[in-house]
Design a protein. Structure first.
Length: 455
């Protein structure tokens, strides 16, 4: 197993997870791979590999094909589901052309037979790591991910996927709870992409009244409607060549979904009141705290638009899924404050780590800001954190959350007033019955439950 030093690549500590149920081969191959400069993790089964992935966070998986319980292809399918950009090379002593075709057609990066040709293996590893290299480093890393605070395995895995998705021009959908930082992720996609020197424009679809959304996104011609005193370019046109981030896409009305779909399909928009169309070159990144697939199933979101926007999904973890990042985030927010506070006491940090953070990063930021405001010394005591956490209305809810709460409370009061009579309620609300029923479905309100029972 001697290796020609001149032909030996230096992989400089990149991580490879080696999976094989043959213990002797696992040992020999791991020694050789480490001699190439790789950091090698070894496991003897597919189940062990899946358990090790979140903590080892490899850049490449090299697995045997024929293993008991879970073979190499089954392992690949599991890996691809959770780490879609992580390359997998499969090796087998029973290689056939059909197996190779089957493996590569599913997206497996490479297929190599035993006994292993080490020159061929080195080349495949080199190719795989060139594609899935560690996400940025030094100045390059600082440029596009400088606003993403965190070093947990779940965040690093997300950023690996983000970086590779950013290199293409496909539409990306970001799924995450409120307060998880969806716009920061969208900005990172833009900063890591070839469009980085073009505009990045963000718009919250739930914050713009429906009758103004078309004008806001597509623009309008002078005189198109009352108040249109001049021609105005829409956000699509202003984002030409760059990225348009559509936040809270799940709140977009069905009527406007049709117009958005047409714009994305045809690559052109028609400003309100204009007879001519305008060509656009825009990468769309969308996001929502809602489950778009569920909205599709409930007929509240168009299936064709869903597939147009959701070519790749990036799922943001909640803050409780990345507790090791809480100290980093807390210290970052403290550093932003112009107060005496400089550091959290150990007890205060323990309190932060033990909280469940329903408001995620936004809530943590508000807690730190309040604690810093009342701090009278450099060290923030646990009592100030406890005080901040105990306050009921600790953080301002988002506009969309406030709007949803108002709608639900209004509909409940209205249904109680009219004894569950939808026709009467729709008339008072000045909405047609179809639209009113849609509102009730959105908030899972059943008119029958508001009818008074006869005694």
């Amino acid at each position: 197993m001697s290796v020609d030093s001149e032909a030996t690549p230096d992989f400089n500590g990149q991580r490879l997870l080696l999976v094989d149920d043959d213990a002797s081969l696992l040992t020999l191959l791991s020694i050789r791979l480490r001699s190439l400069g790789l950091e090698v993790g070894t496991v003897g089964s597919g189940a062990e590999a899946l358990a090790k992935l979140p903590t080892f966070n490899p850049h490449l998986v090299l697995t045997d094909l024929r293993m008991e319980e879970m073979d190499g292809l089954a392992l690949y399918e599991q890996i691809h589901q959770h780490y879609p950009t992580l390359p997998v090379i499969i090796m087998t002593a029973h290689g056939t052309i059909q197996e190779a075709v089957d493996a590569t057609s599913r997206g497996v990066f490479g297929f190599i037979t035993k006994p292993i040709d080490h020159v061929e293996l080195n080349e495949k590893i080199r190719q795989a790591l060139n594609i899935h290299t560690a996400v940025g480093s030094g100045d390059e890393q600082a440029k596009w991910r400088k606003n993403i605070i965190g070093q947990s395995h779940v965040i690093e895995a997300l950023l690996q996927d983000l970086y590779h998705v950013a290199q293409s021009d496909i539409s990306v959908y970001i799924q995450g709870e409120s307060g998880t930082g969806k716009e920061l992720i969208a900005q990172a996609i833009h900063a890591a992409s070839p469009r980085r020197n073009k505009p990045f424009i963000a718009v919250n679809c739930s914050a713009i009244p429906e009758d103004l959304l078309e004008s806001e996104l597509f623009g309008h011609k002078r005189g198109a409607f009352s108040g249109a005193i001049e021609n105005r370019k829409g956000l699509f046109e202003l984002a030409h060549g760059g990225v348009l981030f559509l936040d809270e896409i799940g709140d977009m009305s069905p009527a406007f979904q049709v117009k958005l779909l047409r714009a994305l399909q045809e690559g052109e928009i028609r400003p309100v009141g204009e007879s001519k169309t305008v060509s656009i070159d825009v990468r769309v990144v969308s996001a929502s705290h809602k489950d778009l697939k569920q909205l599709v199933d409930e007929k509240q979101f168009r299936l064709d638009l869903y597939y147009r926007l959701n070519i790749v999904t990036l799922r943001l973890p909640s803050l409780t899924d990345r507790p090791e990042d809480i100290p980093l985030l807390a210290n970052h927010f403290i550093a932003q404050q112009k107060t005496k506070a400089k550091k959290l006491s150990n007890e205060a940090m323990e309190m932060l780590l033990g909280y469940d953070w329903p408001g995620n990063i936004r809530e943590l930021k508000n807690v730190i800001e309040q604690a810093c405001t009342f701090a009278t010394a450099p060290l923030i005591p646990a009592s100030l954190i406890e005080k901040a956490l105990q306050q009921k209305n600790l953080s301002m809810m988002s506009f969309n959350e406030a709007k949803q709460n108002f709608e639900r409370d209004y509909l409940i009061r209205l249904l109680k007033l009219v004894n569950g009579n939808v026709t009467h309620a729709a008339r008072i609300a000045q909405r047609n019955r179809t639209e009113f029923y849609r509102l009730l479905e959105r908030h899972q309100l059943k008119p029958a439950e508001f009818k008074k029972k006869s005694s």
